[in-house]
Design a protein around this ligand. Structure first.
Ligand SMILES: NC(=O)c1ccc[n+]([C@@H]2O[C@H](COP(=O)([O-])OP(=O)(O)OC[C@H]3O[C@@H](n4cnc5c(N)ncnc54)[C@H](O)[C@@H]3O)[C@@H](O)[C@H]2O)c1
Length: 274
């Protein structure tokens, strides 16, 4: 039986992927900085009917000790870590670069970029010894060079995640490690992330124009998680991108938006994220 470790998986995409992995009889270690949400998430996974097991471990991806502890914990429980997903991430307040505080910029870069880099560094050391494994990093707005007001630092981090993951794939190929690396591109997901910045410390008030675009292009994370997990479980290649919102799908959504009306935000205001 395979084992996956997912960072930032107490809610949102990470949690939904954990559920799909369990449904596919893959052992899951969920981890998050938010202890309360993590406990709730573990209880939900425990109530699922699966031959595989779920475990949970607190981990702040900005802390090396926490990451090392998460790796140790997962190995103690399941021996081998087959798949590692760097999913933890925070959004940015809707402000221009010069309106952000140094702290806000540091939080975004520390979690969204350096967290993924440091987790990768440490899990690669394990997977290189195993001579097998797969690492997937979550892309986001900016990964494809798109730009918009209020996402400059987040976009910088996610653009760098794309470069980083591609470079990592090349290094694994050059060193013949047996480890494969890929990118998950989830598009727009209706999660708490959309209305919370820098780790739920600040609220984001979405403009009507932004909500309109999100209503057209967005999806709940459970459906996206199925696509991502199927992609990961079937993938044997290095340097892949598993993408949900393709250009073709986005164009189709805009073309059909006048007779396919959706309003996720009324539901999100009421706390619904799935
Ligand atoms: N929601 C979207 O529209 C969207 C679009 C593209 C990419 N993404 C990316 O997908 C990933 C998941 O997003 P989501 O929408 O599920 O967000 P979410 O806010 O619902 O979940 C993110 C989780 O990460 C955790 N987290 C935050 N800081 C952490 C830290 N320092 N250490 C460990 N965990 C931490 C949070 O507690 C939370 O449980 C993120 O990388 C995000 O950038 C999101």
């Amino acid at each position: 039986m395979k084992t996956v470790v997912i960072t930032g998986s107490a809610r949102g995409l990470g949690f939904e992927m954990a559920k799909v992995f369990l449904n596919n009889n893959v052992n899951v270690v969920i981890s998050d900085v938010n202890e309360e949400n993590l406990k709730r998430a573990k209880e939900k996974l425990d109530s699922m009917d699966s031959q595989a097991k779920a475990e949970s471990c607190i981990c702040n991806v900005t802390k090396t000790d926490d990451i090392e502890n998460l790796i140790r914990f997962a190995k103690e429980k399941f021996n081998t870590i087959d798949i590692w997903v760097n999913n933890a991430g925070v959004n940015q307040p809707e402000k221009a670069v010069w309106e952000l505080t140094e702290d806000e910029i540091n939080v975004i870069l520390d979690i969204d970029l350096k967290g993924t880099i440091n987790c990768t560094r440490l899990i690669m050391q394990e997977m290189e010894k195993q001579k097998s494994g797969a690492i997937y990093n979550v892309e986001g707005y900016g990964s494809n060079d798109a730009m918009m007001l209020g996402l400059s630092i987040y976009g910088t981090a996610k653009r760098a995640i794309t470069y980083f993951t591609q470079a990592l794939a090349k290094e694994n190929e050059a060193k013949n490690t047996g480890v494969i690396v890929g990118r998950l591109s989830p598009g727009i997901m209706i999660t708490d992330f959309l209305v919370n910045a820098v780790g739920d410390k600040e609220k984001i008030v979405l403009s009507e124009k932004t909500k309109k675009v999100y209503n057209i292009l967005g999806d709940y994370p459970d459906i996206i998680a199925k696509h991502m997990v199927n992609g990961m479980l079937n993938n044997k290649k290095n340097n892949v991108q598993i993408q949900w919102l393709t250009n073709g799908k986005a164009a189709w959504r805009f073309m059909t938006s006048s007779f396919n009306k959706r309003d996720f935000f009324k539901a999100l205001d009421e706390g619904k994220t799935e």
